[in-house]
Design a protein around this ligand. Structure first.
Ligand code: WT7
Length: 654
């Protein structure tokens, strides 16, 4: 929260009103805000009625801070809500997914009836493999239809899935499988990335060797690349294809665990964020319908997030399917088969609603207007952004170049923990300011507070808190209630602290200002500084490591690591560079390529206070080439100069 970012915000005076035609037919109108404010629980109960319940709830909310139960006593099946009820309503022939594989021409349209049949078969297969309600299943797949099918099959039989992003390493898999005590891993031989098959199974092989809880590994054949086969391995097509394609689903309690999703916190160990069924599905379905103004019969929606992240869970799988929407699902990278790949997909399927991340938008800005301009993007009508603050420049570019100046932009703030969107404009109601997420959605209550927990009202900046429970809220950290209380509920008594800074401007609209803790946001993904530091220190030659997030024009933040070594690294530049590369690869092996530092500085010492605390603020200044802050508490002030001198000659990844 630097001074410059605060003053830059105050000068943003541009405002865009909702387009008249969109406002005239919008799913949600202004009165909803008022209604929800007067009767918050009544509002959410009304939204829960959009789902099919096998048993009605007795009570909307049971709130024993910090533990919430929503729609207490109610029973439903998430998979039935996403599939069976649409087929029963005569929508079986509607396309659920236009799936686009990365290789040119690789396409598969899957209707709701087909998806139901596939999920039914997979549900039978899971049961045959001994998976029961309450178990955990780890999913480590590329963006292929089987990813959604596997998730829905777990939900169908009451097992919780734990999807691990395919970019994570074997070690990261071991940690997540072990913490969740998963019985089954679902993976693929590989997936396509940047025009070539990229193996997944070797990481699983390496991981499950250390995971006795895993009984079987179910392997989808996607690329046909060679795999080594172990005793626990089974081909998906051998087990799933021979199952019956109808399945009688059972209803589960509203609070039945639906999934775990691991995310980084301020300490090294990832947290298994627990989400349950009824409240989660209610809020993702409603927000997806309201924030995108979804017209399921005519819209084509595309959420570009991988299912390995919460955005993929809430807005590529559960939200759109609960709403009976038609979605695009794309396997590959934005530049596979040409840097205009996304825009050719938008054109081919006449995508109307697009949901993506600022880091992607900034990348496309860099690639130039000609690429999107060479495609017909006139089908688009609402554009969404998520994952990090979107800078006004990127916002305007998104609106003008991608949206042709017609489409409202919904900048949606939320987190893995919140499960669903919390702060966002509504495209037919709220006027928008470039770079602002505007305000809380109906039924959501936020409060910006100062260090003492005192509300700043609706003017001024501080810490973002949520002061009322919401349906899709996390129900805890898997196996760690203490950490749940400590992490989210202890800084400000009785409130959820999100870890973000925020500011109300003169118009009383909200600006998100990024993380205030030791969590970096790289390309919209949370990575903890501690986690990368632990990975670095686990290298035999590293003595100490300090990691900071430095502002980066494309990825939002980039990882910069300061490292001291045991003994010495040869002083010539090439040896230093080889060593920095070795460390980067080491981090990729420990966590995954997404956590590779952009820059590694080998320094003789780290700047520390007299009590031995590493002075991150100083390192951040060094990493961002800012003028140095106060160094008087530094044990050895010359250290910083030494580091600064190194910065110029450091090895950095392009
Ligand atoms: C953190 C949560 C929500 C799905 C993707 C990320 C940042 C997210 C915004 C936004 C400003 C945002 C916050 C938040 N963030 N969306 N629209 N404006 N910041 O989920 O990995 O759990 O990360 O992402 O810092 O705390 P996540």
């Amino acid at each position: 929260m630097s001074e410059t970012s605060l003053s830059a915000l105050s000068s943003e005076s541009r405002r865009f009103e909702p387009p008249a035609d969109l406002a005239a037919t919008a799913n949600v109108t202004a009165e909803v805000y008022e209604r929800a404010a007067v009767d918050r629980l009544g509002f959410w109960a009304e939204q829960a009625h959009r789902l099919r319940w096998d048993r009605p709830w007795d009570e909307v909310l049971d709130w024993q801070p910090p533990f919430a139960k929503w729609f207490v006593g109610g029973q439903l099946n998430a998979s039935v809500n996403c599939l069976d009820r649409h087929v029963a309503a005569g929508l079986g022939d509607r396309v659920a997914y236009h799936w686009v594989g990365e290789p040119e021409g690789d396409r598969r349209d899957i209707t709701y009836a087909e998806l139901l049949a596939e999920v039914s078969k997979a549900a039978h297969a899971l049961t045959e493999l001994g998976v029961e309600a309450g178990d955990r299943v780890c999913i480590y797949l590329p963006m292929i239809p089987e990813a959604a099918i596997a998730m829905l099959a777990c939900a169908r039989i009451g097992a919780a899935h734990s999807v691990v992003f395919g970019g994570f390493s074997a070690q990261a898999l071991v940690d997540r499988i072990t913490d969740a005590d998963a019985k089954l891993v679902i993976t693929a031989d590989g997936g396509y990335r940047r025009g070539a098959p990229s193996a997944l199974k070797p990481a699983v092989d390496e991981a499950v060797a250390q995971c006795p809880s895993v009984r079987n590994v179910l392997v989808v054949r996607r690329t046909g690349q060679e795999v080594t086969w172990g005793e626990r391995d089974l081909w998906w097509h051998d087990v799933v294809d021979r199952q019956p394609d109808t399945h009688q689903a059972q209803a589960f309690d509203s609070e039945q665990p639906l999934f775990l999703l691991y995310t980084s916190g301020t300490t090294g160990r990832p947290k298994g964020i627990l989400h349950t069924t009824g409240g989660f599905l209610t809020q993702v379905a409603w927000t997806h319908w309201a924030v995108f103004d979804l017209k399921p019969e005519s819209d084509v929606y595309w959420c570009t997030a991988d299912v390995g992240w919460v955005t993929g869970h809430s807005y590529a799988v559960y939200g759109p399917l609960a709403n009976g929407a038609t979605s695009v699902l794309y396997e590959g990278t934005p530049d596979a088969g040409g840097k205009d790949r996304w825009w050719s997909i938008v054109e081919e399927f006449a995508v109307t609603l697009l949901y993506t991340a600022p880091t992607a938008i900034r990348t496309f800005m860099k690639w130039g207007d000609e690429l999107p301009n060479s495609h017909d993007l006139s089908s688009l009508r609402v554009l969404g952004s998520v994952g990090e603050p979107i800078n006004p420049e990127a916002w305007i570019w998104y609106r003008d170049v991608i949206g042709g100046g017609r489409c409202p932009i919904v900048d949606t703030w939320w987190q893995t923990e919140t499960g669903a969107m919390m702060i966002s404009p509504l495209p037919g109601v709220t006027s928008s300011k470039p770079g602002s997420a505007m305000g809380p959605l109906p039924g959501i209550s936020v409060d910006v507070v100062d260090n003492d927990g005192t509300s700043v009202g609706e003017l001024g900046g501080g810490y973002l808190t949520l002061d009322e429970p919401w349906p899709a809220m996390l129900r805890g950290i898997w196996n760690d209630d203490e950490r749940f209380r400590e992490t989210y509920w202890s800084k400000f008594a009785g409130r959820y602290f999100a870890g973000d800074g925020a500011k109300w401007d003169d118009d009383h609209v909200l600006w998100l200002l990024g993380r205030v803790d030791d969590v970096m946001n790289v390309s919209g993904h949370r990575i903890s500084t501690t986690e990368v530091e632990s990975a670095l220190v686990s290298h035999p030659m590293v003595a100490e490591a300090a990691v900071v997030g430095a502002t980066d024009a494309t990825t939002g933040q980039a990882i910069v690591a300061f490292v001291t070594v045991k003994g010495s690294v040869a002083d010539d530049v090439s040896a230093g560079e080889a060593f920095a590369k070795e460390l980067r690869d080491h981090v990729a092996k420990e966590i995954g390529p997404i956590a590779k530092p952009r820059q590694i500085l080998i320094t003789p010492e780290l700047p520390k206070t007299r009590s031995g605390k590493i002075m991150r603020r100083l390192l951040r200044d060094v990493a961002e080439h800012r003028e140095l802050g106060d160094v008087t508490t530094l044990a050895d002030p010359t250290v910083v100069n030494a580091i600064n001198a190194k910065m110029g000659s450091s090895s950095s990844e392009d």
